[in-house]
Design a protein around this ligand. Structure first.
Ligand SMILES: NC(=O)c1ccc[n+]([C@@H]2O[C@H](COP(=O)([O-])OP(=O)(O)OC[C@H]3O[C@@H](n4cnc5c(N)ncnc54)[C@H](O)[C@@H]3O)[C@@H](O)[C@H]2O)c1
Length: 275
């Protein structure tokens, strides 16, 4: 049953980039209630079943991306470099790749995209800060900078061409929190799928910034500005607290002080320690 009477119904086509990656593997097989056909794309072919089809392409190749997007549909854009890396790697996958994705979407008439941004776009905010969609970005890595760029790209294509994007600043999507930091940043797979549903079904999406977290007690982020989406996370990291290992970090260490965790202390690529 739709939450709002005017909700868009099930769509005919949903395209997932980065479908062979960690998140792609967690959401696979859980999307058929959202779309008649689920198009899985990554650099190499993916073994498919049910209503899935595999359409490999490299995001650095605009024509290849256009080929995958031809036929329309909404996009879950998870493809790209997901950790700190030398600039050239970030540039190819996340700068050129994100431009190609949005430009191909414009050329192929796509209207709605989820852009997988990251908490590392705001990783240098201290953990005591409560952030919302208007908080300034403070990337903690070159990777985080590429996510700020991707968010700006999403916004440009919304203002100029009306392509709606849900900018998801993902905390940590995982079956359960892996460490103390993830007691704040964890986003369950089920809450993630619920959010996809809202992105697809809501009548007007716009271009919201949503912090990707479950209903965690220890939250650093405030999603009240995007209440209109009707997304209500139902899981909580608190249920896993007793099973979550202690980091053994002193609270004054930068990785314990800042929201980005260990990313704030990653050696910078190109420096002696970072290569
Ligand atoms: N996992 C998390 O909790 C988390 C947190 C914050 C942000 N994110 C973002 O979500 C997205 C998915 O994360 P993930 O953990 O699944 O990452 P991942 O590294 O496991 O998967 C990324 C996928 O993108 C593909 N890819 C990379 N470069 C490509 C290219 N040039 N062309 C086509 N495909 C390419 C890779 O082959 C890989 O399968 C990433 O954009 C990441 O930055 C994830």
């Amino acid at each position: 049953m739709p939450i709002f009477p005017t909700d868009r119904p099930k769509i005919s086509r949903l395209i997932v980039t980065g479908a062979a990656g960690g998140i792609g593997r967690m959401i696979r097989g859980r999307l058929d209630h959202l779309a008649d056909e689920v198009v899985l794309s990554d650099r190499t072919d993916i073994h498919v079943s049910g209503n899935e089809v595999s359409r490999p392409c490299d995001l650095t190749d605009l024509n290849a991306v256009r080929g995958v997007l031809r036929g329309g549909g909404d996009i879950l854009h998870f493809g790209g470099q997901s950790l700190e890396a030398p600039f050239e790697t970030i540039r190819d996958a996340n700068l050129i790749g994100t431009y190609n994705l949005y430009e191909a979407a414009r050329l192929e008439g796509i209207r709605r995209i989820l852009f997988a941004s990251s908490n590392h776009a705001i990783g240098f905010h201290p953990r005591e800060a409560r952030l919302d969609a208007d908080s300034p970005t403070r990337p903690d890595t070159l990777y985080g900078v590429s996510k700020v760029y991707g968010e700006a790209m999403a916004r440009l294509y919304y203002e100029k061409f009306g392509i709606e994007s849900l900018i998801l600043r993902i905390g940590s999507i995982a079956p359960k929190p892996a460490d103390q930091r993830q007691l704040a940043t964890w986003m369950s797979v089920e809450d993630t799928i619920r959010l996809f549903g809202r992105m697809i079904h809501v009548t007007r999406l716009g271009c919201p910034i949503v912090y990707g977290m479950s209903d965690n007690a220890e939250a650093w982020w405030d999603n009240r500005q995007t209440a209109y989406l009707g997304w209500h996370p139902q899981d909580s990291a608190e249920d896993w607290r007793a099973d979550t290992p202690d980091d053994g970090w002193h609270p004054d260490e930068p990785k314990a002080r800042y929201q980005g965790g260990v990313f704030v202390t990653h050696p910078h690529p190109g420096t002696e320690e970072g290569t």
